[in-house]
Design a protein around this ligand. Sequence first.
Ligand SMILES: Nc1nc2c(ncn2[C@@H]2O[C@H](COP(=O)(O)OP(=O)(O)O)[C@@H](O)[C@H]2O)c(=O)[nH]1
Ligand SMILES: [Mg+2]
Length: 450
Amino acid sequence: MALRQDDLIYALATGTGGAVAIIRLSGSSCWDTLVPLLKTKKMRGLRPRPRYFHYVGIYDGDSLLDDVCCVFFPLEKSYTGEEMAEIHCHGSRAIIQRICEILTQRGARPAKPGEFTRRAFINGRMGLSQAEAVRELIESDTIEEASVAIRKLQGELKHRVEELRQDLIDCAASLEATLDYPEEDIEHMDQGVLIQRIDSLSSKISAMRHTYDRHKLAREGISVAILGKPNAGKSSLLNSLLKEERAIVTDIEGTTRDHIEESFQYKGIKFRLIDTAGIRESHDVVEKIGIERSLRFEKEADLVLYLYDGLIKVDLRSESHNAFHLLNKSDLGVHEDNRILLEKAGVFSISAMRHSGLEKLLNAMQSFGRNLITQTDSEVPVITSERHAHCLDSAYLCLNSFKDSLIRGIPMDIALVELYEARDHLGQITGMVFTADIIDRIFEKFCIGK
Ligand SMILES: Nc1nc2c(ncn2[C@@H]2O[C@H](COP(=O)(O)OP(=O)(O)O)[C@@H](O)[C@H]2O)c(=O)[nH]1
Ligand SMILES: [Mg+2]
């Protein structure tokens, strides 16, 4: 799509089936196209007053099609930065369709997905991160998601990123000056000071980047791997936490050979629970692969639940901070030597079969999870888009190699290239730097009418 277009577009901005439907129009001939279709109660032509609700009839030739309300926006006060109008008609499919047909006859065309917001961006009404926030706001499922999106739409992220970018530009400009006029008495930036400035920028970028990890964890769920020997009761625990018979439970060792993953929520925190193959020496090829996977989950999961048969004397497998230890089968009793373990933090007595001790475990999981996902600094805008996270990563890497070049004594004019690249990666977040390709990819995901 050509970047700047101002032909007349229209789209239904509301869903069908409601009492009222809103058709939006945008383009340079917007008012001239719409006004002739409208008549006041006194059968006079309409003289549109900007941003005023006009109660009028919309006509199909000589016959009245519907009673509607129309609002006209002048280009300097409109969403897209072009002349715009809204027709609020009755929600009948037939009426909506006929209005659209008439608009098409008069030279308008249906808008493509996100085309209104795309125009708003191209015409400088909003930055790219704000345009993306529009979609996030529309698609938000929870008030938390909506509040992150509205902050972004208000320009919080854009301003923060722009501050960082300006800082980089300042840095580069002073270095550039020492290159251009080396013989003049321009104050040379001390290398130590320069490195400090770069470090401070890097740490701001990385703090912003971290919010994405937390956000992603909250959205996708905290991974919790259940590990232990065969027959410890791992599959039983999965079933009782999910409150359904999801995994096969038998007293035959090696029943779970592949892992099973299921999500559940507890007090607002989402978990991805993974039941693994029991860890033991095995010659069965499939079981062996399952066991290797279990060991990988042990390393990679956000939280590991080590499950033991509490009737047997237990050696805790790990003291890691992201591990809980569960002595199972409490309904049958507990080995005398294990009692002392139960006094330690992170050690629980449960019965997966009788569902006892689970609430205490769930509450501990919940507060562990909450700690992982709570954004530590409410001043730092939350990154919710993979694209933004990727831009921050790239900027961070460029700053690192710039610093590296400084330390290695690479000539400044070569090193500076990295600084400019970092600047441009930040610029891609806000849309100060963009390509038609990026723009197309962002807006094709939008819904029509926005
Ligand atoms: N008495 C008792 N038996 C249990 C408990 N949890 C699991 N079992 C039994 O232990 C055996 C192995 O259970 P399973 O969940 O398949 O263990 P996994 O191999 O670790 O997945 C089954 O016979 C279960 O019924 C429990 O809390 N109490
Ligand atoms: Mg099992």
